[in-house]
Write a protein that binds this ligand. Sequence first.
Ligand SMILES: *Cc1c(COP(=O)(O)O)cnc(C)c1O
Length: 474
Amino acid sequence: MSGKNLFSLIPKVDDLLNNTLIMNILNDFPRVTVVNSIREEINLLREDIKNKNITEENINERLEKLPHLINERIKEKNSFKLKRVINGTGVVIHTNLGRSSIDKDIMENVVNISSNYSNLEFDLEKGKRGSRYSHLEDIISEITGGEAAMVVNNNAAAVMLVLSTLAKDKEVIASRGELIEIGGSFRVPDVMEQSGAILVDVGTTNKTHIWDYERAINEYTSAFLKVHTSNYRILGFTSSVSIEELCELKMKYNIPLIEDLGSGVLIDLSKYGLEYEPTVQESIRKGVDIVTFSGDKLLGGPQAGIIVGKRKYIDEMKKNPLTRAIRVDKFTISALEATLKLYLDEETMLKKVPTINMLTLSLEELEKRANTLYKKLKQEIDDQSMDINIVDEYSEVGGGSLPLEKLSTKCICISLSDLSVARFEKYLRSFEIPIITRVYRDKVYIDMRTIKESEFDTIVEGVQEALSKVKGVL
Ligand SMILES: *Cc1c(COP(=O)(O)O)cnc(C)c1O
């Protein structure tokens, strides 16, 4: 049959609207979505006939699949663009997958606050206008030991606000070895420029000494900035200036010391077998004037930038007009307050803050999970073309935190014989609840550290569907 005649085989929109499958769909979705999806699938078929060598045999196959393809297109059109996914990558603080997830019990507080009115900016005692920054100040001070605190949209905004308040049109001294870039285009020199502060970089890439800082001090110096180079390490012939040394220097000259800690850990992680990461408490105790850190990295809360330190500086920041542009909303405040409350009791926190929980899982627990999922997969999928194993692997902390840390873990490893692993992985990603995995040497890895038991059944379904699709059955 010639190309032209193949076009005549394409059904009309009305014909498809009478198809039983499509008629059922019409009960659940708006007619306009259904009609548009039919048109789009028909156009796609037309394009394929025009551009590809579609044979008569092929076209029948395509025509048979057409209602299903339309069905999938409708579902896709109607689905949310921001979706919940299953993180099988083993990267705990995965910035692309939303960094830290938040426990349902904490979200209850968010639902309660945001589906009702709240005292967001109302002083219940005085019956007058209050400040949204007051709700978190006491608890942050209590946990960190700082005099005062405030919270803004994220840590990038926090650094910007601190510099803009303390150092606009004045000089800030920072080490060259700490002028970092982190993902998502946060670069210390650029943030500095945006804030209006003038960067005076001292030392070299690998070595900075205390006298580098001291030599750079002049009448325009307004602050020292120390940045925790959390996302990389320079190894070998290196030296950086410690917080203690900088504190001594800043006391001598009476110049404030700002520290961007990045990850912002509030507990000593080395107790749980991880590498020691400087805590916020430690910086405050040593005398840093202002510390900034993220709410959704190692703290395990919502996206936020937390500023803690000397009251006189924080009070100035609250008055900075920039604050209005980067203020936090009630969702963030309620989620962060509930998360921070957990930190008052470390035992509870370890269970209830998912990020910390995942980072401190025991190998026994990971192995138990792997066995359960392995059994489920084996039970449901009996297919010669798929090989499933439990393997030893490493997870990552992610979020630019503890870059050298390798966390021993257990993965479900799937290999396929004579089928495309790349397509299999893609089908897992396009599953109703997308399953994000790691592909390495032509095998798919699902890390037990970042998935929950409640997600196992979905994973089994997803693997089944992806296998059928890659075999061309679906
Ligand atoms: C992650 C990070 C930031 C940016 O924090 P966000 O909360 O993503 O805005 C800034 N500085 C350092 C050192 C970081 O690690």
